[in-house]
Design a protein. Structure first.
Length: 376
């Protein structure tokens, strides 16, 4: 171990109470930033969950549709034109909309109905009880376990009503939650139309599957040329449009973004102030080093090492707390998402904040008068 690193670690650990206070400040700030950014990422992921799990190369949506939850309708007469485009192998309609779920014991709650062909398109995933195939049975629907209490049912086989039509729970999923907190209900497309009161010649989206080795960009341009009044988007384009709308076009996304930005600013200030105070508290030690002839460059290395050691220890503890928070919120309405990229970015941010605060402290150390050691 280099002498400077040894000196830095001993200087930090000499006063354990002061070092503990420094680490707590770093941990608090990093956890704050991690949670705020995790909420932002979690929201961004939830708004595209249906797009992420759809079996589609392209989406045909009404012109200007802002997200998957946009209830604008398209005429299914265009399906024939879409299928006639070279490269299109399949065009599956999907319908969505809000309806009322009438509980067996009385009362009702709003639900978000998703209707698609069971042979493809958009089906429930993470099925833990029942099966997707069971949705072909009369009145069969799929719901998520997390909404059983809200829907007033006990589980698989339970019955209720949607829009005056009897429904039976034939499949239960795990983890399909809506960021609006409105429960998703999956059903065959024809029955979903009944639940929503939609005519048979309307749909909200067409999910396009392409023939092998066909270029999505070329096919999308050809569809838009032959079918006016619609937008043709790749899955990535639709994700980007949905995220932009919900994250930047609504108050909810703006609030999360502001919270994440504020978390970064507050966290940076806390870390800088904590480490600066810690360094200032050791001015006597640094004055001693200068009095015995240590160069400024040597002292600067000691301060930088102290900053890096504090950053590594503080970040390690914050990561453990962050992992616990992720597990605690995994089944909540808005889970916190911490990706490896976020962890890596926060680590470099922590080191950067610590180094920046060390630079400020170095400026203070430069002006230390070594004579102060002799006056103690």
């Amino acid at each position: 171990m280099p002498l400077t690193l040894t000196l830095a670690s001993r200087n930090l650990f000499h006063d354990r109470l002061r070092f503990t206070a420094t680490v707590i400040g770093i941990v608090f700030s990093i956890v704050l930033v991690m949670v705020q950014l995790g909420l932002y990422l979690g929201f961004g992921r939830m708004v595209t969950t249906m797009i992420d799990h759809a079996n589609a190369d392209l989406w045909v949506v009404s012109h200007g549709a802002k997200s998957f939850e946009d209830l604008s309708l398209i005429d299914l007469d265009i399906r024939r034109k879409v299928l006639a485009v070279n490269g299109v192998a399949k065009a599956t309609p999907v319908i969505i909309g809000f309806s009322d779920w009438h509980m067996p014991g009385g009362g009702l709650t709003p639900v978000f109905v998703v209707g698609a062909d069971s042979a493809g398109g958009l089906q429930p995933w993470n099925v833990v009880e029942g099966s997707v195939q069971a949705l072909s049975a009369p009145d069969a629907v799929a719901v998520d376990r997390s909404y059983l209490e809200r829907l007033g049912i006990s589980g698989l086989g339970a019955t209720a009503e949607i829009h005056g039509h009897k429904v039976r729970v034939a499949a239960l999923t795990q983890g399909i939650r809506s960021f609006t907190t409105t429960p998703y209900v999956f059903a065959e497309i024809d029955r979903a139309r009944s639940y929503l009161g939609l005519p048979p010649n309307k749909a909200n989206n067409l999910l396009i599957r392409l023939a092998p080795r066909k270029d999505p960009e070329l096919v999308s341009r050809e569809i838009e040329a032959k079918v006016p009044g619609v937008d043709v988007l790749t899955s990535e384009e639709f994700r980007s449009r949905s995220r932009s709308f919900w994250l930047f076009g609504t108050g909810a996304g703006a609030a999360l973004f502001a919270g994440a930005l504020l978390g970064v600013i507050v966290g940076t200030v806390i870390v800088a102030q904590t480490l600066y105070s810690s360094t200032v508290d050791h001015l006597t030690e640094f004055a001693t080093l200068r009095a015995v002839g240590c160069s400024n460059r040597y002292i600067f290395r000691v301060i930088r090492y102290q900053a890096v050691i504090s950053a590594i220890i503080g970040f390690s503890l914050a990561s453990l707390i962050g992992a616990a928070v992720v597990r605690m919120t995994a089944k909540s309405a808005l889970p916190i998402v911490i990706t490896p990229e976020l962890v890596l970015g926060l680590f470099f941010l922590t080191v950067l904040m610590c180094i920046a605060s060390a630079v400020v402290a170095i400026i203070r150390v430069i002006h230390i008068d070594p004579v102060m050691v002799l006056t103690r």
